[in-house]
Design a protein around this ligand. Structure first.
Ligand SMILES: [Mg+2]
Length: 351
């Protein structure tokens, strides 16, 4: 989802000064204009209506609700309002994770340093004083929309794997931690699939690393084609290892997804003469599922999925090995079970 936004983004195609904001964002920018005086709202509306999508609010509570519902790209916010004043609206927006990154520009008749200082203290990015000049308000809005767009892109890139275009391990770790907490509170289920490309070192040795990179890219695209729900996540865990996070998914559901991954990769029919008997690129997977009443924590589920993957590889690869987290009163772990080291670089290409 996020990758396709980045891929389709035109920000790198021509110099930024030649692009309209709609070019850069792939849609018309969304502005929320907040002022208790309808006449003031109208002035700003006229300045932007042609090339922006403009929402309006005439008091503080409306403004906060509109931000949550419409998620505007920027807010032009009056300070003096009868119910909740602009400073308070701004600090509430900044304290909500959903709205905290929306830039706020105060539009005010105040012309004193104290008001400006207070505005910046509550998180505003800029000030515009009334009466409004169309050119100035448009220029400032453009500047802050561009900055916001660039910050959003950077934030996305921080969480992307540059080679394959799926999420990276950092993002997986953050989402996993959040989803584990949610599953724990609600009693699950939550599933993890660890995925490893079979005989990948042999592939690289035989076909070269560039071809190996191409395999990882193709496989990542195939995985993305399988994932359908927005809450599901596929990430590159390291080397030729991927991980899939499936919230609200039980053992059966996650096995179905793993099977689809396997079929999607085999359908690519990528030649691999060094593969044991299949002669095409295949994957091995370890699936672990957490249910209510299970014992152990987030790290245990990770170790279980990793252990399952290890067993799938030991048993001949190109297969799925799955495990339910043990109930708190019993253990279905194999008696020889030893927690493996998750970050096992030397084992990535091992037999
Ligand atoms: Mg006012």
């Amino acid at each position: 989802m996020i990758t396709s936004e980045i891929e389709s983004n035109k920000i790198f195609e021509k110099p930024i000064e030649e692009q309209t904001l709609s070019d850069i964002m792939g849609r018309r920018p969304r502005l929320l204009v907040v002022d208790d005086q309808a006449a003031n709202v109208q002035v700003i509306f006229k300045a932007f209506a042609q090339d922006h999508q403009v929402f309006m609010a005439t008091n503080g509570s409306q403004a906060i609700n509109a931000c949550k519902e419409k998620l505007p790209d920027l807010v032009l916010l009056d300070i003096e309002m009868p119910d909740i004043n602009g400073f308070e609206v701004c600090s509430r927006l900044k304290s909500n994770p959903l709205t905290k990154d929306i830039p706020v520009i105060f539009v005010t008749s105040h012309d004193n340093e104290d008001a400006e200082a207070k505005g910046f203290a509550v998180g505003a990015v800029d000030f515009i004083t009334k009466p409004i000049s169309r050119e100035i308000v448009r220029a400032r809005v453009r500047t802050h929309l561009l900055l916001k767009q660039q910050a959003d892109l950077l934030r996305k890139w921080v969480y992307m794997d540059g080679l394959t275009g799926v999420f990276n391990r950092r993002h997986f770790n953050e989402r996993y931690s959040a989803e584990w907490g949610r599953a724990f509170r609600h009693g699950g289920p939550l599933s993890l699939i660890f995925i490893d490309v079979d005989f990948f070192k042999k592939y690289n040795d035989h076909y070269g690393h560039q071809m190996g990179d191409e395999v990882l890219r193709k496989i990542a695209v195939a995985f993305k084609g399988v994932i359908s729900r927005s809450a599901d996540l596929i990430a590159r865990y390291g080397g030729e290892e991927f991980v899939c996070l499936l919230p609200d998914t039980d053992a059966h559901g996650s096995y179905v997804v793993a099977k689809e991954f396997s079929e999607a990769v085999r359908a690519l029919k990528i030649e691999h003469v060094q593969s044991s008997d299949h002669k095409i690129v295949t994957i091995s997977m370890g699936v672990a599922t957490f249910h209510g009443g299970c014992k152990g924590g987030a790290d245990d589920l990770l170790r279980m999925a990793d252990e399952c993957l290890y067993q799938a590889k030991r048993r001949g690869r190109n297969r799925i090995n799955s495990m339910l987290a043990p109930l708190s009163s019993e253990s279905i772990m194999p008696p020889t079970y030893q927690p493996p080291v998750i970050d096992r670089a030397e084992d990535h290409y091992g037999p």
